[in-house]
Design a protein around this ligand. Sequence first.
Ligand code: HEC
Length: 155
Amino acid sequence: MRELHSALAAILCLLIVGACDLNDDRPRDEPDDPETGLTEFQEEHGIGPFTEPFELDEPVDEELAAQGEELYEFNCEACHMLDESFVGPELGGVLERRTPTFVLNMIMNPDEMARRHPVVQELLRDYPVIMPYQNISEEQAIAILEYLRTANGEG
Ligand code: HEC
């Protein structure tokens, strides 16, 4: 009986996840947490195109970070400051609270993150604007991440 229950719960979650996620044809892992419908990976690293933990190279690539800074000024600064919350949270210390992969998925897939990720749903209580999708490419997102590694909010 218990087995039947958990099988039903899994099917239900898959149906709900499927219904929310019509644009994504990739096969999706079965959710580990039936309450959120997310895998353990997604809970830690976000939901989006980055499905493996993104490894940061050492040291920071200054050239890439400079490209990221320009992209950041153009696409992010209207809502985010480094050292203070504004329309969205301050991003100076974001890598102390979130994994690099979480930040990349948030940049590339903010709608689904707002809809399905408990961390972003929690943020939405304080920041009622949903961060917009801006069609940022993987390369651009990685450059912005590199910039955020150097931007600690003190400059
Ligand atoms: C129109 C305003 C707006 C723009 C533009 C915007 N964001 Fe956001 N961002 C938000 C809001 C508001 C949140 C809080 C979550 C939500 O409401 O969706 C957020 C959340 C985030 C988070 C999660 C922060 C945390 O504490 O977990 C990251 C990372 C982030 N944004 C990065 C970016 C980057 C990088 C850009 C530029 C590519 C960007 N955002 C552009 C409004 C914006």
